[in-house]
Ligand binder design. Sequence first.
Ligand SMILES: [Zn+2]
Length: 241
Amino acid sequence: MHITTRAIILKKIPYGENDLVVTFFGREEGRLSGMAKSARVSQRRFGGSLELGSIVDLRYVPRAASNMVRLEDAIISTPTVGVMLSLDRIKAMSRAIELALAFLPERQSAPEKFDLMEDYITFLSRQEPDVSSIIAFELKWLSLVGYGPSLERCMTCGGEAGTVWSFSMDHGGVICKKCVRPSARRMDLRDQALEGMRRLSSGDGALLNESDGRTIQGILAGYVQHLLGRPLPCRMISEGW
Ligand SMILES: [Zn+2]
């Protein structure tokens, strides 16, 4: 029995002389891995469709005795050629793929997360990402996987006013200046940056200045590292992809 699914290619590992083990994000299946037989030597069934980040219509056969499915063929829907036009786009897509690999459980249907990821990769294939759109995507992703940061008021005292805040990794949200403990794992941010983060988190647009954008990206990188217990790898870049 064949199953056809819309999928995003997340990872591929050479296997033997001819084959590839491919991890993909299926809209209905969630994260799955499959064997693509002869994909390294023949272009016939897969063509260039197994590039990381490609959005494809994938056909596969489930295998009862194995966690791994058998990939039959794939047709590209959105190629990554547009993403390859700049390092900023490649970096943004690479990070999105790593977030998917890190936070998606195996075999758990996640259409809403899929749609977010598909829209973001399609966006990156068409235009340069500005810092606001990168942050908006990450905040939305974290919220969908259950780790959306709490940004409305101090998580310790409930206070709402302040000019300087700290993002506490342990709390997963902001705390005010008077509640900060010196030992807390935290990163500071100004009121204006927090306001931008709130707007992006709620789906409103926000134009961040460069310094606030960098601060928020640093906070999100630190927060993700805290959640995973390790930094998010940047595989495509490090592999010269
Ligand atoms: Zn407080």
